[in-house]
Design a protein around this ligand. Structure first.
Ligand code: MTE
Ligand code: MO
Length: 322
């Protein structure tokens, strides 16, 4: 059921971090976690971890740009795309660059599990030898109403699916991301359902747009953006794009992901972008471009309908846009 959106209503993300509002409220009820919920990430780091580590140097990473995917708007300045982040493992604020430098990304491997020919762990360097990197400029739209345009470097998720060799019964992929108590102060907010998980259907995972990024802006991906490997699903709200992935499980049962466990009425399994389906607490009609702060109309499927809309033809009864 659609809630009527108020015309001209602007996006609330400058006033609040809407994805965290529900949890902050829960924290207040919970008592013990209150400090972590209200203290900014920088201070949380001091509280839990001592002095913040220095920024991690990024390595140059070049790959030919795939000209097929045109964003139709300028790239977001790198400085904005890499300093305004959601990464709750490091705190609920957008300002998590410093605490995120504690993330340990080397060595890194991904566990391929569940309904696959040979469950196994694959080292990231071996995975990267088996794929061809390319650059893709994608629009990226957070459910909170901000957006950016990013030159990602990576490879199609379909390549990982191919290497994993799912069995005929597999229908869904579940991504689990790193949950390391020692380096991630956000995990102390124990009313969140850690680890962060996300899921897609096998059909979505093998759609040509679904992409695993290991770099952005011609360098390895910064820790705050999900090093060393993260998803990008440009037709869905950003929370589907899991960062710092350590496990990909193939299953025949639809998973209930992190945000769906937190608040299913606001963050569902499908989470496809649609300007005409408001979030229960705000309109999705427009988005604020990081950098310029320009407000632009949001597009259905984030403008990627020609690639993805047919995936949902038989699913009209599902809540496709929440
Ligand atoms: N592990 C993990 N992945 C995550 C998140 C998170 O908190 N933890 N936040 C998500 C949300 S809400 C968004 S909008 C994007 C933000 O990616 P960016 O900071 O690189 O823009 O990452 C997604 N992936
Ligand atoms: Mo988000």
């Amino acid at each position: 059921m659609l809630i009527r959106r108020r015309p001209g209503w602007t996006i609330p993300d400058s006033q609040a971090t809407p994805e965290s509002v529900v949890l902050a409220r829960r924290a207040l009820l919970g008592g013990a976690g209150t400090i972590a919920a209200t203290v900014p990430a920088q201070a949380q780091w001091r509280l839990f971890g001592g002095s913040a580590p220095p920024a991690t140097p990024l390595k140059p990473l070049q790959a030919p740009r795939n000209p097929k995917y045109q964003a139709g708007r300028p790239l977001t300045p790198e400085q904005d795309a890499t300093t305004y982040n959601n990464f709750y493992e490091f705190g609920t604020s957008k300002d998590i660059v410093r605490p995120a430098q504690a993330l340990r990304t080397d060595p890194w491997s991904i566990n391929l599990a569940g309904m696959v020919a040979r469950p196994r762990s694959i080292a990231l360097e071996d995975l990267l030898k088996a794929v061809t990197l390319e650059e893709r400029v994608y629009r990226h739209r957070c459910v909170e109403g901000w957006a950016m345009t990013v030159p990602w470097i990576g490879f199609p998720l379909a390549e990982l699916v191919r290497l994993a060799e799912p069995t005929a019964a597999a229908r869904y992929l579940v991504f689990t991301t790193l949950a390391d108590q020692k380096t991630m102060p956000g995990l102390r907010q124990n009313w969140y359902p850690w680890p962060y998980t996300e899921g897609v259907t096998l059909a979505e995972a093998t759609n040509e747009l679904a992409f695993l990024a290991v770099g952005m802006y011609g360098k390895t991906i910064p820790k705050q953006d999900g090093a060393p490997i993260r998803l990008t699903l440009p037709w869905k709200y950003g929370f589907k794009s899991a960062k710092s992935i350590v496990k990909v499980e193939f299953t025949d049962r639809r998973p209930v992901s992190y945000w769906e466990q937190v608040q299913a009425s606001e963050y569902g399994f499908w989470a496809n972008v649609n300007p005409d389906v408001p979030h229960p607490r705000w309109s999705q009609a427009h988005e604020r471009l990081l950098g310029s702060d320009e407000m632009v109309p949001t597009r259905i499927w984030n403008g990627y309908g020609e690639y993805v809309s047919s995936l949902y033809d038989g699913l009209k009864t599902e809540r496709l846009f929440t």
